[in-house]
Design a protein around this ligand. Sequence first.
Ligand SMILES: Cc1cc2nc3c(=O)[nH]c(=O)nc-3n(C[C@H](O)[C@H](O)[C@H](O)COP(=O)(O)O)c2cc1C
Length: 179
Amino acid sequence: MTRADHRPVTTSTVPPAANGHVELRAVLGMFATGVTVVTSGRDLPHGMTANAFTSVSLDPAMVLVCVKRKSILHDTVLSQGAFAVSILSSGQEGLARYFASSSRPRDEREFATVPCQPGQHTGAPIVEGSLAWVECKLAAVYDGGDHSIFLGFILGTGRGDGSDALLFHGGRFCGVGSG
Ligand SMILES: Cc1cc2nc3c(=O)[nH]c(=O)nc-3n(C[C@H](O)[C@H](O)[C@H](O)COP(=O)(O)O)c2cc1C
């Protein structure tokens, strides 16, 4: 392979902040991810679609999720000290869009049309039809710019029946089967 094979098609030395960070979003969007709904709260729960979710440690069992500071979920996680993460299946694109929509209700109606069960450990809603879920106690909060990085100790896990994951790549939802 020659040097020329590695030549980038487009370059950007400083990610431009204008246009809603179009170039930065395009670059980072090349990283394919799964899609989750992060939830928190028992009596008045909130939820948010998130793909900035990753496993961190097996022993102790820990995960992290990056949540934008301005979201309602952000302060709910801080006040509850707990959250749940439902990993979406390929048939749950509508749910992913709903929990990413700024027009969804933010009061007790937020979950009115969403089939879910309160998590055993946190009371946070677990979305029905998810591939799997984790319930977490908030272990630490790190500064992540306009987001906070929530590190969670896993209190409990579960798995649904499905196996086909909802994916997000290049700004679009897509599905993948496990074969
Ligand atoms: C596929 C996808 C992934 C997203 N991932 C994240 C994420 O990891 N963290 C985050 O803070 N927002 C993420 N968002 C944006 C939030 O879901 C969206 O801004 C949501 O409306 C935030 O809740 P709020 O309306 O209460 O602010 C994502 C949106 C989509 C469509």
